[in-house]
Design a protein around this ligand. Structure first.
Ligand SMILES: [Zn+2]
Length: 138
């Protein structure tokens, strides 16, 4: 028997691989669990989205901060070097020109916004508003 000193769960073998720690249950917990340097940019992204989605429920879904309004309409997630925005493939296609203009990497359903440089909060707000108005599934 081995007890993980971090999360306190018991396992059969020493240093057993596992998802360690309590999964965040709210966006606040999620942000506070990130490296300190990432928290402020994440809070700014959240505020930009939240302002456009005042009716949406904030929750954690697929382990990501999620805006739910009749369905999941937008997620975001913290990576080491960027914030991932997951507005769904239709939203990404709709904003492809603007994303190219800003030099942002994107692929089907995912937009990568680097922490370096200014966060494009106006564009994030515009995407969130589009998701709100279309009832976009993410
Ligand atoms: Zn653990």
């Amino acid at each position: 028997m081995w007890t993980c000193p971090n999360c306190g769960r018991a396992f059969r073998s020493v240093n057993q691989q596992h998802y360690c720690g309590k999964a965040p249950e709210s966006i606040d917990e999620y942000i506070n669990a990130q490296d300190e340097a990432l928290r402020e940019p994440l809070r700014q992204v959240r505020a930009a989205i939240q302002a456009q989605l005042p009716e949406a429920k904030e929750k954690i879904s697929w382990s990501m901060p999620t805006y739910w309004q009749g369905g999941n309409i937008l997620h975001f997630a913290a990576a080491k070097k960027h914030v991932g925005l997951y507005p769904g493939p239709e939203a990404v296609a709709h904003f492809a020109d603007k994303l190219d203009e800003g030099g942002y990497q994107y692929s089907k359903g995912t937009i990568r916004i680097p922490y370096s440089g200014d966060l494009p909060l106006a564009l994030i707000a515009e995407i969130a508003a589009w998701c709100r108005d279309t009832g976009n599934p993410a």
